[in-house]
Write a protein that binds this ligand. Sequence first.
Ligand SMILES: CC(C)(COP(=O)(O)OP(=O)(O)OC[C@H]1O[C@@H](n2cnc3c(N)ncnc32)[C@H](O)[C@@H]1OP(=O)(O)O)[C@@H](O)C(=O)NCCC(=O)NCCS
Length: 160
Amino acid sequence: MIRRLGPANVAAYRTLRLEALRSHPEAYSSSFEDELKEPTAFFARRIPSIFGCFVGDTIVGTASLVVATGLKLRHKGLVVGVFLDPTHRGRGLARALMEAVIEAARADGLVALRLGVTIGNEPAERLYRALGFRQYGVEVDAIRVGGVGFDEALMALDLE
Ligand SMILES: CC(C)(COP(=O)(O)OP(=O)(O)OC[C@H]1O[C@@H](n2cnc3c(N)ncnc32)[C@H](O)[C@@H]1OP(=O)(O)O)[C@@H](O)C(=O)NCCC(=O)NCCS
């Protein structure tokens, strides 16, 4: 049910991603308006980092593991783009996606995972805490949506 996306999934990923950004603008630092303008190649470039949750042939959720290639940065990963289609929420699918990301990060020899979550996004904060992520900081006014500022909790999971 959880597997890495491939070239065949670009169009479906783009549709789900734009829906995530449109329906939850306060949950992501990327915006619907910006990504709507991007060409297919923009979404295709991201595909290797994305884990998809499949129900049959349909992608209903995503989580991405981004690892910088630089010599001084490649020991840690950043988790972004966590989203579950609303009709499939509350069944443990996001947890399963996150567990797959954590397992892949361990297998790749990473020592830590980081992520940011908008303060007040209770389902996401609880999910990450339940998986062992701990808050190490806060970025005040991290994003602005329609002129309203949102703070972001910076969280990390030690994999060692
Ligand atoms: C956050 C999100 C991915 C959770 O997806 P999900 O499939 O419903 O989550 P799961 O069913 O795997 O639940 C795992 C844990 O998440 C937390 N959680 C999920 N839904 C919750 C809710 N409505 N209220 C509180 N906690 C919730 C709980 O800790 C839960 O564990 P439990 O069931 O043992 O209590 C989903 O709500 C979503 O896509 N939200 C909109 C986008 C978003 O905010 N993404 C995160 C950006 S950082």
